[in-house]
Each structure stands twice: as C-alpha cells, then as structure tokens.
Design a protein around this ligand. Structure first.
Ligand code: GLN
Ligand code: ZN
Length: 784
C-alpha cells in the first residue's frame, strides 16, 4: 500500500517530521544492502558472470537504495543514513575513497571503477584478492586495507557524496555515513614488506585531507549531519590509540563546522577511558552508544555527559531478531532523558541493521506465534519510531500492548522449555570432559588403522554446489519431487564427488555435502528448538549471505542427522570418508540466539545433541569425524577481560561432543581464520586429533606462532589454496607454501588441504586447483 508514494510525498512527510517536535527524533545506524529477496546478490553475481552490464547492476543498486530511504522516511525516521549501501563492503569503499589501492591491482588513477574495486575484493585471473576478516564479533567480513608509508592517498571514490545527492534528489536529506578515520587505520594492516615498527596511525595526517575533501563536498551538497562510525572505540585501546581520536577530530574541526557530527560506536560499551576521550571531542555534537550489548553504558552516562550534546541511544538490537521489549526500552530512554535532557535523546538502533534479517513481511511460512515474537530490520525501524514517539508523549498504546502480549506469550510458551534438556545441560557446567588418552598416542593408534601417507591430503567438506543441485534440493523441500528421486540424485552426486577425489588421489575423502544448503541450517532443521525463515538472509561477505536459524527453545536431537549420508558415502570407497558435522559453538554463533538465557547454556544443549550424532556415526563405522568450529573465534568477546570465560565454555562444549569416542576414531575440526595466535592454547585445549585452518590469505600469520615455539602435537592442515577466489593456484606456489610450513612444523603432523569448503567454486576451478594441490604434495613427498 505505501509502495507507490511519489518521491514528493515523502519529501513533505520528512520535512513535517523534522520541524514538528524536536524530542521525537529517531535514527538508524545503517541498513541491510542485499534487499528483501537478495536482489543485490543476484545482480552482482550475474554481473560477475558477464551476463549483465554494469549499468544493470547500478540500476538494481539504485532501486534498492531508494526503496530503503523511502521505507525509513515513510516510517517517520528522521535521521536516515546514506552510504551504508555497498557493492561489497564499507571498509573497501573507504579504501576506494582514499585511493589506497595496493600496487598489484594496477590502478591508473581517476575515479575507481568496478574493475579495480572487484579485483581488490575478489582477485582476478592474475592477482589474488585482498585479505578479508571478520568484522568485530559478527559474521560479516570486511576487506582489510593494506597500508604502508608510501601509499599515496587521493580522493578516488565519490560514492558518499553521490549517494547523499541521490537521496536528496528523492527528497530525503540523509545522514551520510563514513567509516571514521581512526577506526579505518586501526582496522588496517601493514602492507607486505613494511617494517614491523611502522605505525598505521602515523598515516592519519595523510588520510585526513581526503576526509576533508569529502566533508567539504557533502556540505556543499547540502548535508547537515555526518556520521562517523568509530566502532574500534569499544575495544581495549591504549592511550596512544585514544589520542589519535583527539588528534583526528581536532584536525577535522574547522572543516566539520556547521555540521552536526555523530560519532557512532557499537557492539559493546565504550570503556571508561575511551568514553572520556570521546565525550570531550569538540567537533562532535552527538554520540551513538550500543545500549543492548553495552551493559555499562548507562552507568557511564550517569557519571557525566557533555551538556548540549545529543545522545543517540541504541536501544533496538541490530544483532538479533527478537521484538524489542518496548516498555522496558521506554523506561531506559526516560531514565536517559532525565540525565541528559529529554530533548537530547535520539532513539536509535544498537548498531547497523546489516546484521539482522531484512523484513518479516516475507515470512509467510513462519508460524504466527513465533512470528509475533520477532522483528527484522523493517520492523525495527517501526519500533525505533514508536519509541521516539512514546518518548515525546505520543505513545501508540495499541502497538505497545500488542508488543507486551507477544512477549508474555514467548515467556510462558511450552514450546520454549524442555525440562529434561535443561536438567542434562545444567550438570555440565563446572565439570570436565576429555578423551582419556593423550593426542600423540591417539594419533599413533589411528595411523595403524588409517595407514595414511605422509602429508595426507583432504578437503574441508563441501564440493561445488551446482545450479542443478540447488534446484533438486529446492524441489524436494517444496515436495515437487519424491524422496526416492531426491535420495537417488544426492547419491549420484556423492558418487561423483567420491570418484573425482579418487581420481585426484586425495587421501581422506569427503562426501561433498550436497544435501546441505548451509552448514548450520542443515543441523538446525533437524534439531528441536530451532525455527527457520524463508528470507531471513544476512550478508556474510560480498554477495554471500547466510540465513541464520532462530534458536527459540531448548535444543535436542530427535534422531540421527548425517548417519545415512555418511555411511552411504563410506560404502562407495575404501578410503576413509570423513563424517561431517557442525560444532556447537559454530551453530550457536551462526544462529540468532535466545536472549532469555545465557549463551553458554544454549551452547551446552547443542553440544549434547552433537555428541549423540558423533557417537551414532562412530557406531555406523565412520572412523574420521570432522566437527567444524568455523566460528569459534568470532564469538570471542571484544574485550580481553571477558575472553577467558567465553573460551572456557566454548572449548568445553566442543570437547563434550567427542569425549566419548574410541582412540581409533579420529576427530578433526576446522576453523575459518588464521588469526589464532592469541587463542592457540584454547585451540590446543580443544584436544582434536587434526585441525584444518584457513591460512592462504594471511601471509603465514599462523605459522609465526609455531615459529615462536608453541608445542603442537596434533595434526594440522593450514590451508594452501584460497577458495574465496576463482584463481587457480599453480603447483609451485602450493609446493612453496608446504615447504614453508615444513620449516616450522614436523612432517608427521602436517596435512595438506584448501582453506575451506569448495561449495562456492565451480568444478572448472576446483579440479585443476586440487590437481595442483596433489601434484605439489607428491613433489614434496618425493623430496622428503
Ligand atoms: N565443512 C564445511 C564446508 O566445507 C565448512 C565450511 C566452513 O568452514 N565455513 O563447506
Ligand atoms: Zn572454513
């Protein structure tokens, strides 16, 4: 109904809102880009495949942006963000804005176009992509800027200004959002070959001139607000790093004058020292805080808030899908209003809504009761506005009471509680679960049975997911094909994958995961306590999205989940076939979790369910079982002080899953990051027999930990081939990598494998890449 307003009508609505009641202000930190049905994903991928033109891609993007702005304006939001759209990633956009393109992408200057931009993001035929890493503790990934003393910064992408103007032309005066200069540098890494002593923050004087140009252009275009995202402020920063904020914003002060300036923080509270720094920045007129995860923010504000400045209160959770507790939020907002002044509080989201699902409206299959407990991005906008109105005395009683009714139904629902599960999980806390024999003797026992060559080769689990495969899964789900046809199709697929691996001469095989859409969804669908959405997609990186399950109740496993497929696959080969499971911590971290019990309790419940599965696989004769903990690290709290507690229950949960297996059963785990130097002792404490880890994009950061003398007795397979890029790694390059590893690790514990699963690649990429991988291993075996 409200989709056919002409731009003019929302211009009027917008100006009315802005001039009516000052206190009734509302703000959204950022918004999902993919679109309600992943329109951007499909447009990007068809452009990358050469099926559509750049103009077609740009048109899809422009339509998405205008729909979002219009939606927010229609909902009554007053501070509407722009430049939160991205073709790939907002940090990469900032790199483009600053012209900080690494030399290897042969950028010739001028405005950065799709060619250079997507080469940095994804690599191209001759150059690998830039490194990608997790965005704080989310499942979003950003492209890590590579900076050195010689980078020549220049204003090379006018995207922020263009998008501001584009919104303005549609009648929306937006708040342009930039990644703040200090966070940008703190999130960067020194380019290859740059001296260890090089300080990234020393580049501040070189990037600020570009920021000044951008701000000046935004002002000229009519901007009245600007938002700098400085989320690094929630981390443990030292005095020198904090000073960089003082310095940068003092430098920008004269350029910013005349603008309202918001510094936005999110994902945790701002530590006391950082709070002091932040609230004394003169150029700044407003501060955004995460009141959902920032449990101490309220106390900080009570201790002092600069008078005359605005408080953007992030009270609506951008990281979850639960309906807000409106009455409780209103109370908090009123308390804040009493401290800083009623007219100084702006109702906002805790962080960008990028990290939640897009629109509940498209969930036609979700049952009504569960649906009433939820709010996605589109609904959160309405919540923000309703809270802002209530705060200014225009409370929508009907809306608030239906919210209270939904919360009460969730609290008392028998679907949420399972007494037996609660009891079993309660006994786990404080106890220990370990395999009896130590890892070196287990490995010896396993080797007797497995009889693997030196430098055993394996892959991480998934093989390319073809269009046919996706179609068949979809048709089976929609009951358009029979179970029998489905099973035969998947069997055939597994058979092919097994044949390919045997032909390639890989040592430990996988079944390819053709029955899985997603490594978490697949398990969630078979466990109780989980709900699923049809379109609840969240961007993970680039065009890739995940659809996190919703854990709403106590978790249990009614029946085996993978045993049929794993034993089918094992029956097709004499080589060991890995059973393939997702670990409890990863299921937890990649789901939308309950907010009515601690995370560790939910994790222990999942661990017990996976333990049942591990033991059933073992009974079915599967001797190698991989339990992926791809997301263990990303659950790490942002503050050092909270790490030990998390790692303790997370690692314990993993051990619970496999503490009951025999010595002859080889437990693998896999992780999707290389940056684990700081948690190496927890990784060792997981006590897996073999760990495969992403490595190839990170310049052997990983190996340095072993170089420094950490003793690691278990098997380890640092990835030798970057699966995020279509590029095929040459044999020599892989051999080189293996040699470097052998310089640091004993040959009898080293495994050779790609970085991660192959599901996003094509067979035309995977076959030659794995051929080279096996060739490289054989080359080296001959030299050993
Ligand atoms: N076994 C999974 C796969 O290969 C692991 C994926 C992951 O680590 N993200 O797809
Ligand atoms: Zn992985």
């Amino acid at each position: 109904h409200h989709h056919h307003h002409a731009p003019r009508s929302f211009l009027r609505r917008f100006s009315l809102g802005a001039t009516s009641i000052r206190a009734m202000t509302s703000h959204i930190v950022g918004y999902p880009r993919m679109g309600p049905k992943r329109e951007l994903k499909f447009a990007l991928e068809s452009f990358w495949d050469g099926k559509t033109s750049a103009d077609e891609l740009k048109q899809v993007a422009a339509n998405l942006r205008s729909a979002i702005w219009k939606q927010m304006a229609d909902a009554g939001i007053q501070h509407i963000p722009s430049n939160t759209f991205s073709y790939y990633d907002q940090v990469l956009d900032t790199t483009a804005m600053l012209g900080a393109v690494p030399d290897r992408y042969s950028w010739k200057g001028g405005e950065i176009g799709f060619d250079v931009y997507f080469s940095m993001a994804r690599g191209n035929a001759s150059v690998p992509a830039m490194e990608m890493t997790k965005w704080f503790d989310t499942n979003y990934h950003f492209i890590v800027p590579e900076l050195g003393p010689d980078v020549k910064f220049s204003y090379a992408s006018h995207k922020a200004v263009d998008e501001y103007k584009e919104a303005k032309a549609l009648g929306v005066n937006t708040v342009p959002v930039l990644v703040g200069p200090v966070s940008y540098l703190l999130l960067s890494k020194p380019a290859k070959g740059v001296e260890k002593s090089f300080s990234l923050l020393s580049l501040i004087d070189k990037i600020l001139p570009v920021y000044k140009e951008v701000v000046t252009e935004l002002k000229a275009a009519g901007a009245t607000w600007i938002q700098f995202d400085e989320p690094t402020l929630v981390k443990d920063l030292d005095a020198h790093q904090l000073q960089a904020f003082d310095y940068a914003y003092a430098e920008l002060e004269s350029t910013l004058s005349g603008l309202d300036v918001l510094i936005e923080t999110y994902f945790a509270d701002v530590p006391a020292e950082a709070y002091k720094t932040l609230t004394s920045l003169k150029a700044v007129t407003a501060y955004g805080f995460d009141l959902v995860r920032g449990t101490k923010t309220l106390d900080l504000i009570k201790q002092g808030f600069p008078s005359g400045k605005l408080l953007f209160a992030g009270i609506v959770d951008g990281r979850n899908i639960w309906a807000n507790n409106l009455e409780a939020s209103l109370n908090t907002l009123q308390t804040l209003g009493d401290i800083v002044g009623k007219d100084k509080v702006v109702v906002s989201t805790s962080c960008s809504l990028l990290h939640t699902a897009v629109d509940l409206v498209n969930e036609t299959k979700l049952d009504q009761e569960i649906k009433s407990w939820l709010a996605f991005a589109a609904q959160k906008i309405v919540e923000v506005n309703a809270l802002a109105r209530a705060l200014s005395g225009q409370k929508d009683e009907a809306y608030f009471s239906s919210n209270a009714f939904a919360l009460a139904s969730r609290k008392s629902s028998p679907r949420v509680t399972n007494e037996a599960v609660q009891k079993a999980a309660a006994t786990l806390k404080g106890s220990d679960h370990r395999r009896v024999t130590n890892v070196s003797s287990r490995l010896a026992t396993q080797q007797k049975k497995l009889n693997l060559p030196i430098l055993p080769t394996t892959t991480i689990g998934s093989f390319p997911q073809t269009a046919d495969l996706r179609r068949v899964r979809r048709e089976f789900k929609a009951k358009k094909i029979s179970e029998e046809d489905y099973i035969n199709f998947i069997k055939e697929e597994i058979n092919n994958v097994v044949k390919i691996q045997e032909e390639l001469d890989i040592d430990v095989l996988v079944h390819g995961e053709p029955e899985r859409n997603d490594m978490v969804e697949y398990f969630g669908e078979q466990l109780s306590g989980f709900a699923f959405t049809a379109n609840g997609w969240v961007q993970s990186y680039g065009s890739r999205c995940v659809k996190p399950p919703i854990i709403y109740g106590d978790v249990s496993r009614p029946k085996p989940m993978t045993v049929f497929w794993s034993s089918t696959a094992q029956s097709l080969t004499k080589r060991p076939m890995k059973g393939m499971l997702t670990g409890p911590v990863t299921i937890l971290n990649w789901s939308f979790v309950r907010d009515d019990q601690p995370r560790f309790e939910t994790c222990y419940q999942i661990a017990l369910a996976i333990k049942d599965e591990v033991e059933d696989l073992e009974k079915a004769g599967i001797t190698v079982i991989q339990i992926d903990e791809a997301a263990l690290r990303e659950g790490l709290p942002l503050r050092k002080s909270e790490e030990a507690f998390y790692l303790n229950w997370a690692v314990h949960s993993f051990r619970i899953t496999n503490c009951g297996v025999q010595d002859t059963t080889q437990i693998h785990t896999h992780m999707c990051y290389s940056n684990f130097n700081d948690i190496i002792h927890s990784i060792i404490d997981m006590d897996a027999d073999v760990i495969t880890i992403e490595n190839s994009r990170s310049d052997e950061k990983l190996l340095s930990v072993f170089r420094e003398g950490v003793k690691y007795g278990a098997g380890i397979g640092p990835g030798v081939y970057d699966i995020h890029s279509p590029r095929i790694p040459p044999t020599e390059e892989i051999a080189d990598r293996i040699k470097k590893m052998l310089a640091v690790l004993e040959s009898n514990i080293l495994w050779v494998n790609p970085d991660c699963g192959l599901k996003t690649r094509k067979y035309t990429e995977v076959k030659p890449a794995l051929t080279n991988l096996v060739d490289a291993v054989k080359l080296i075996r001959n030299q050993l």
